[in-house]
Design a protein around this ligand. Structure first.
Ligand code: NAD
Ligand code: ZN
Ligand code: ZN
Length: 346
């Protein structure tokens, strides 16, 4: 494969400012790395948090965002023996981890303190080429549709893991708050896992999508009695609650709709804090738990669901040059499903 000297990339130069489309040198894969020619790159709300500098640890500018990248291996770094040029792979948020700390050796590499994150601490996939770590890129079935597969690399694995982290069992209820890129896949994973789904969002079109995706009950989260509706509909509250909403009030509301002994799995990352009603949490024996993306094994399982046709992202495509208008739509809550940037790879 001939690799050009330069590539087009969407670049964050200043937080909260429009991205610029620039010609950057195509990176060369060092030992253990692979160069991937990107075919599709999903736009996650995390990319927007990154570009706005929303979180306590900010990425160093300039950087290329994107951590839902799908493409073919274009070049192998030294020592890479289990991948070949032309393999279809995915680059996820967990770019790599140290491999030898307490977390890495116990199957919790997502908690490694020395991890790198694609599109945050290392350059991501909103470009014609991106680097991946061969030991951490996801293998994708040869005939996968890159656009349909891209959202699985973050939205899919994160919600699949987050659902497992609630401990809800088949036949039990899960409430999913926030039916955006993550949430609409969460509804599908939960349904495929045999759970009964109540979906909450503030936008009616998102609730309509949740219904098509398998939710038995939908509730508009902006209603004063939204939590009570969930409690009534589920006969006492949801066994598991998954919060993907980019909204602080949604976190407090989630605690109210949990069943006694239920677990609330927090995934959404709006900056800030929320108040926890001590009395409720203690007397109902509620577990509140954070959940961050998923391990490589979680990702392989999440991909298998998609490959088997049990989940399918609702996507709209856009060009790399459209990234700013996609961010604006995402910020305004107007994206239904996931927008995927389509590039020339494949
Ligand atoms: P998105 O913008 O596609 O979806 C967010 C949804 O929340 C929208 O549908 C919006 O209408 C809805 N919403 C807003 N206010 C609400 C409320 N009060 N109640 C219920 N729903 C409400 O975003 P996304 O790409 O799905 O990402 C969601 C969040 O998850 C972001 O904060 C992102 O950074 C975070 N995230 C976390 C992880 C993780 O590993 N923990 C991974 C990926 C993304
Ligand atoms: Zn580690
Ligand atoms: Zn993401």
């Amino acid at each position: 494969m001939t690799i050009p000297q330069t590539m087009r990339a969407a670049v964050v130069r200043d937080f909260g400012r429009p991205l610029s489309i620039e010609e950057w040198p195509v990176p060369r894969p060092g030992p253990g790395k692979v160069l991937v020619r990107i075919a599709a790159s999903g736009v996650c709300h995390t990319d927007l948090h990154a570009a706005d500098g929303d979180w306590p640890v900010r990425p160093a500018v300039p950087f290329i965002p994107g951590h839902e990248g799908v493409g073919r291996v274009a070049a192998l770094g030294a020592g890479v023996s289990h991948l070949e040029e032309g393999d279809l792979v995915g680059i996820a948020w967990l770019h790599d981890a140290c491999g030898h700390c307490e977390y890495c050796i116990t199957g919790w590499e997502t908690l490694c303190e020395a991890q790198h994150n694609s599109g945050y601490s290392v350059n991501g996939c909103m470009a014609e080429y991106a680097l991946g770590n061969a030991a951490y890129v996801a293998r994708l079935p040869e005939h996968s549709d890159p656009v349909a597969m891209a959202p699985i690399l973050c939205a899919g694995v994160t919600t699949y893991k987050g659902i497992k982290e609630t401990g809800a069992r088949p036949g039990q209820w899960i409430a999913i708050s926030g039916i955006g890129g993550l949430g609409h896949l969460a509804v599908q994973y939960a349904t495929a896992m045999g759970l009964r789904v109540v979906a909450l969002d503030v936008a009616e079109d998102k609730l309509a999508l949740a219904r098509t995706d398998g939710a038995e009950i939908v509730v508009n989260a902006s209603l004063d009695n939204a939590a009570q509706r969930v409690i009534d509909a589920t006969g006492g509250g949801a066994h598991g609650v998954l919060v993907t909403a980019v909204s602080r009030p949604a976190f407090g509301q989630a605690l109210q709709m949990a069943r006694r002994r239920g677990t609330v799995s927090l995934v959404g990352l709006p900056p800030g804090t929320f108040e926890t009603p001590i009395f409720e949490v203690v007397l109902k024996r509620i577990t509140v738990r954070g959940s961050i993306v998923g391990t490589r094994q979680d990702l392989a399982e999440a991909i298998a669901f998609a490959a088997a046709g049990k989940v399918r992202a609702h996507t709209q495509t856009a060009a790399l040059e459209d990234v700013d208008s996609v961010f604006a739509e995402l910020k305004a809550g107007r994206v239904t499903g996931r927008v995927v940037l389509k590039l020339d790879g494949q």
